[in-house]
Design a protein around this ligand. Structure first.
Ligand code: MF3
Ligand code: CO
Ligand code: CO
Length: 281
């Protein structure tokens, strides 16, 4: 018989914040967004991901902030750089990016104790048609999820909007990683999954809880969308997650807060560099 699993609401106990929280998150979110803006002109064929991490490190220091990822559960880098078939948590290193790669860059900064967590895709030189389409659909998925957000909408509504859009385009939603509550803590309740339901390999249907959003909640939405199957493989380094079928994958992330009648995105680019191609003068 089919078993149905409504995933535990990851505790309906999450914090809500007032004006001071919104101000703190705005400052942290904008610094994180400016860090990603700064990197837009640096992502070029031949640049090493270590160099990009060094630039982010300097930028964060120069702005009197801290990196939330250095020292986080043993992670040692300022950025996660996840090219091509790397879903998330790619580690910066000596390998250069090459023409035609697409890559996600994810940064989290701490400003006055508040965490600004955001990521975007970048094109290295000219993207292939399929890579460009995956990138654009993933950006749309993020915004389909964001536009649902208001008091009374549910976690399942966010997942539904993202999953429907990804699957209509012939892509799949990664289930093994999700968005999260954010604020004075980097990762906290609730889990923000990017699907409404799915059937696992054992034939069980997993349904996202209909947990209502409330004013003052802070969380990320960060859909990871695969061109092929949704399945993940972890590399031996314990961090790098790749698509099991080696298909291309893309991700965008914003930190946001629930307002009286909608949402405030904390991590929007102040210069409009939200989705590639980035034209910088
Ligand atoms: N910034 C990632 C997120 O979106 C988390 C990175 S944790 C790290 O939640 F340790 F891998 F950096
Ligand atoms: Co996040
Ligand atoms: Co992030």
């Amino acid at each position: 018989m089919d078993q149905e699993i409504i995933e535990s609401p990851a505790s309906s106990r999450f914090l809500t914040y007032g004006q001071e929280g919104f101000e703190g998150m705005r400052a942290a979110g904008q610094l994180a967004a400016r860090c990603l803006d700064m990197l837009a002109s640096e992502v070029q064929p031949g640049v090493t991901t270590q160099h990009l991490d060094d630039l982010a490190h300097q930028f964060i220091l120069d702005n009197g902030a801290l990196s939330a990822t250095v020292g986080y559960r043993g992670y040692r880098h300022n950025l996660c750089i996840s090219p091509n078939h790397v879903i998330c948590h790619g580690m910066p290193g000596p390998k250069p990016l090459k023409d035609g790669d697409i890559t996600n860059i994810d940064v989290t900064v701490i400003v006055d104790g508040w965490h600004g967590d955001t990521s975007r895709m970048y094109y290295v030189g000219e993207p292939k048609v399929k890579a460009q389409r995956l990138t654009e659909v993933t950006f749309e998925c993020l915004w389909k999820g964001i536009e649902v957000v208001k008091p009374g909408a549910t976690l399942r509504d966010i997942g539904r909007a993202i999953q429907d859009h990804a699957e209509a385009a012939g892509f799949s939603v990664v289930r093994d990683f999700c968005g999260h509550g954010v604020g004075r803590t980097f990762h906290t309740a609730p889990n923000i999954v990017h699907y409404a339901e799915f059937r696992d390999g054992l034939g069980r249907t997993h349904r996202t809880p209909e947990t209502p959003l409330v004013e003052g909640m802070f969380f990320t939405i960060e859909p990871m969308i695969n061109a092929g199957r949704p399945d993940v493989r972890m590399m031996k380094d314990g961090w790098t997650a790749v698509t099991r079928d080696k298909s291309l994958t893309a991700q965008f992330e914003h930190s946001l807060g629930v307002t009286k009648d909608g949402y405030e995105v904390f991590t929007g680019s102040p210069t409009g560099l939200d989705c590639p191609p980035y034209t910088i003068d």
